[in-house]
Design a protein around this ligand. Sequence first.
Ligand code: C2E
Ligand code: CA
Ligand code: CA
Ligand code: CA
Length: 279
Amino acid sequence: AKSSGRSALSFFDPTMQAELLARVRLENELRQALANEEWRLHYQPQVDQDGRCIGVEALLRWEHPERGLVTPDVFIHLLESTELINPVGDWVLETACRQLAQWARQPAFAKLSVAVNVSALQFRQVDFVGKVEAILQRTGAPCHKLKLEVTESLFVEARDDAREKMLRLKQHGVRFALDDYGTGYSSLAYLAHLPLDQLKIDKSFVQQVIESKANAAIVESTIALAKSLSLEVIAEGVASDAQQTWLLSHGCRTYQGHRYGQPMPLAALETQLTTEHAS
Ligand code: C2E
Ligand code: CA
Ligand code: CA
Ligand code: CA
């Protein structure tokens, strides 16, 4: 009929159809990726004011048979919308904890902590705490070296549930960082209410900290807020000496960013740390 012509036309729009097909294909490939063992963890150093690596952040990569190494911006939202984030998130936690347990037995690496990103969906699973406990037990990872990075979106709904789960995990020594601070729903109320250990200043503020007065003001007040709440603070996306110097002079003593190393495979990280250790 004439009246339906328009929607039929847009439905069969060839570019839209191509996009839809690409999306469906990607989704199917993501479903296969776990079984095909295509997930990888890369590790990015977190350093103290003397440049010593005190820990790493584990970052998910997808080693696609044709496309090569794929970064999360391409697929995280799809994992979340299909709830594949739960099995993949389990794999991330298990792999990071196995690594943590291995490092704990090697003097050169024994002090490292590992930060793992946990999406709000994953955290909201009824059995999330039990899963983490089982993984810690199974792998023998030192609990106090595991840090979970959560975002503000977790606290928009079910804040009391989040708090209760965090407290249960903290009883084992697990620590919590608030990721991407300042980019989301920023309500100061939840900061005081939640048992956090660390604030992570988002790279979008850090990258312009020298050039932009506004960003400098945001970073300064975040550092002050962390201090007054007795939280550790780490700056993400530090790319230059000048940025580190600025951050240090404003009281931030822990850093992560390309200045100290990009996210890298395990072997490359261990080589970098061993070389630093020897020098
Ligand atoms: P994020 O948690 O904020 O991680 C930091 C991102 O900044 C990483 O991107 C890292 O490679 C990048 N980065 C670090 N230093 C610099 C720098 O100096 N300059 C610039 N331009 N970028 C820097 P990546 O690895 O692509 O990860 C993107 C996001 O994907 C992460 O952002 C996180 O939200 C999500 N993600 C990564 N791995 C996981 C995971 O295992 N689980 C979940 N749920 N999310 C993950
Ligand atoms: Ca993170
Ligand atoms: Ca971040
Ligand atoms: Ca981010």
